[in-house]
Design a protein around this ligand. Structure first.
Ligand SMILES: Nc1ncnc2c1ncn2[C@@H]1O[C@H](COP(=O)(O)OP(=O)(O)OP(=O)(O)O)[C@@H](O)[C@H]1O
Ligand SMILES: [Mg+2]
Length: 315
C-alpha cells in the first residue's frame, strides 16, 4: 500500500492552557495512481491531517506509513517519497524564477542540479510555463504561481502528492490547468494524490474516492461514483412557481435544500416520508415539478455535514 493513515490524532495546545482536538481519529489508505478528495467543512482537520502526513506536525496518536514504512523514527526516508503544496503558506521564493525555485527545492531533496534542471524544464513545459522560466515568481499570476509550487513539489519524483486547496482563488482557466496536471500525474505517472478542496465540482471531477471529515473524524469514505450513486436514490429536485420568501427559504435550507436557481433546489431526503413534508412546505409557493434526481458531491456533502456545525450525521 502506498499510503496508510492509521488512526491519527492531534490536539493543539491553546495559550490559555486548553486544548483543541483538531483531529480525533482519521484513517484511510491510498494506492498508486489514485486521487483521493479529502473533504470537510472549515476547521474539520484537513490541513492538520495533511501536515501530519507530511511530517510537519507531530501526531499525538496513530501512525502514517508510506510504502509500509512508518514516518516516525527513521521516517525521513519515507517522507522523501512525498511532495506537498500546503494551503496559504509560502511554498515559493518570490524573488527567484520558477526554474530557480525548482532547483532550490531539488537541492533540499538531494536531487543533483543537472537532473533538477532537466526535470524542472519538463514540468514547466507540461504546465505551459516554459515562456515564464526567466521571470521572477512575484510577477506571475496566482494560477501560474500555484503551478510552479506544484512543479517544485514534484522535482524529486515523489510517489505521493499532497495538495491543500490547489485551486483556491484561481479563475476557471487556471483551475482547469491545475486539474489537468493533477489528473495527468495520477493517470500517467501513477502518483497517489490527496487533495483537499471546498469546490465540490473539482472533487467530483477529479477524485476516484472521497473521505469526508467532520470535527476531526471520518464520517464518510467511499468511491466517488458509489457515494453519489448510493445517495442518488434519495435525491429529489423541486421546481417552484415563485421564489420562496425568507422564512420559507430558511425552512427549506434547514432541511438541506441546495438552491441552484432562485426557483429550483435539490434535496437529499433523510427519510422517504420527508418528501411529503417538503411538499407541504412548498405548496403555498406553488410547485411546478418534483422528482428523483441523481446526487452530486455537493448534495452528499450537505447530507453528511449538515448546514452548520450541528447538522445531523447519518452514516
Ligand atoms: N497551529 C494551531 N494551533 C491551534 N489550533 C489550531 C492550529 N492549526 C489549526 N488549529 C485548529 O484545529 C482545527 C482544525 O484546523 P484545520 O486547519 O486542520 O482545518 P481544515 O479542515 O484544514 O479547515 P479549512 O477548510 O478552513 O482549511 C481548527 O479548530 C483550528 O482552529
Ligand atoms: Mg485547511
Amino acid at each position: 500500500m502506498l499510503l496508510e493513515v492509521d488512526h491519527v490524532a492531534k490536539r493543539y495546545r491553546k495559550r490559555d492552557g486548553g486544548e483543541v482536538p483538531a483531529v480525533r481519529d482519521v484513517s484511510f489508505t491510498l494506492e498508486s495512481g489514485r486521487i483521493l478528495a479529502f473533504l470537510g467543512p472549515n476547521g474539520a482537520g484537513k490541513t492538520t491531517t495533511i501536515k501530519m502526513i507530511a511530517g510537519l506536525v507531530r501526531m499525538d496518536g496513530g501512525d502514517v506509513r508510506i510504502e509500509g514504512r512508518s514516518i516516525k523514527g527513521s521516517g525521513r526516508v519515507a517522507i522523501g517519497r512525498l511532495g506537498a503544496v500546503l494551503e496559504g503558506s509560502r511554498n515559493l521564493y518570490w524573488r527567484l524564477t520558477p526554474l530557480e525555485n525548482i532547483e532550490y527545492f531539488a537541492g533540499i531533496r538531494g536531487v543533483p542540479r543537472a537532473r533538477a534542471r532537466e526535470r524542472g524544464m519538463r514540468l514547466l513545459r507540461l504546465c505551459g510555463l516554459e515562456g515564464k522560466a526567466g521571470e521572477t515568481v512575484q510577477h506571475l499570476s496566482r494560477g501560474m504561481q500555484q503551478l510552479v509550487a506544484i512543479c517544485s513539489a514534484l522535482v524529486h519524483e515523489p510517489r505521493i502528492l499532497l495538495l491543500d486547496e490547489p485551486t483556491l482563488g484561481l479563475d476557471l482557466d487556471a483551475a482547469d490547468r491545475i486539474q489537468a496536471q493533477v489528473a495527468r500525474l495520477a493517470r500517467e505517472e501513477g502518483v497517489g494524490i490527496v487533495l483537499t478542496t471546498h469546490q465540490m465540482d473539482v472533487a467530483e471531477h477529479l477524485s476516484d474516492e472521497v473521505v469526508l471529515l467532520r470535527e476531526g473524524a471520518v464520517v464518510l469514505h467511499g468511491l466517488t461514483q458509489e457515494v453519489t450513486r448510493r445517495l442518488g436514490g434519495d435525491s429529489y429536485r423541486f421546481e417552484l412557481e415563485r421564489e420562496p420568501g425568507q422564512e420559507q427559504l430558511a425552512r427549506l435550507t434547514g432541511r438541506g435544500a441546495l438552491f441552484d436557481s432562485p426557483r429550483s433546489f435539490r434535496l437529499l431526503l433523510r427519510e422517504p416520508r420527508d418528501f411529503y413534508a417538503v411538499l407541504r412546505d412548498i405548496e403555498p409557493i406553488g410547485v411546478l415539478g418534483a422528482g428523483r434526481d441523481t446526487a452530486d458531491l455537493a448534495t452528499v456533502f450537505r447530507h453528511y455535514v449538515g448546514n452548520g456545525a450541528d447538522g445531523e450525521v447519518q452514516p
